[in-house]
Design a protein. Structure first.
Length: 123
């Protein structure tokens, strides 16, 4: 089971609530990428336009956060693959050296010692 490195959760980017005493629209997920306090704007004639603009900016903040996390993932992946490439190149060099030694090996020049069969005593 792999360990969780990053948790990406969606935020409410346009949920609004109005209070009767102070007619303001509170937007959750505002601030810096959903981590700050909710953004509030006064309700005015351009309420829909303001709500649309804040919703769009919060959506862009979430996308920027997602891009940042994906950049981290791809950077880590690049580092891992670079280390695998270096290790593979080292293994290829070792295999090439061994293949050269095997090609230079002449089995007719090597003396094979005679061996006597050994007696194994049962215990």
């Amino acid at each position: 089971m792999p360990f969780v490195k990053r948790v990406v959760t969606p935020k409410y980017i346009a949920r609004s609530s109005t209070s009767s005493s102070s007619r303001t629209v509170a937007l959750r997920g505002g601030g810096s990428g959903g981590y700050g306090p909710p953004a509030t704007i006064p309700v005015a004639d351009n309420e829909f336009e303001a709500l649309t603009n804040i919703t769009l900016s919060n959506a862009l903040r979430q996308l920027a956060s997602l891009v940042f996390i994906s950049n981290q993932i791809f950077t880590e992946l690049h580092q891992e693959l670079s280390s695998v490439t270096e290790r593979s190149a080292g293994l290829k060099q070792r295999i090439d050296r061994l293949s050269q030694k095997v090609e230079q090996f002449d089995p007719k020049q090597v003396t094979v010692p005679e061996s006597r069969p050994r007696c194994i005593r049962p215990d």
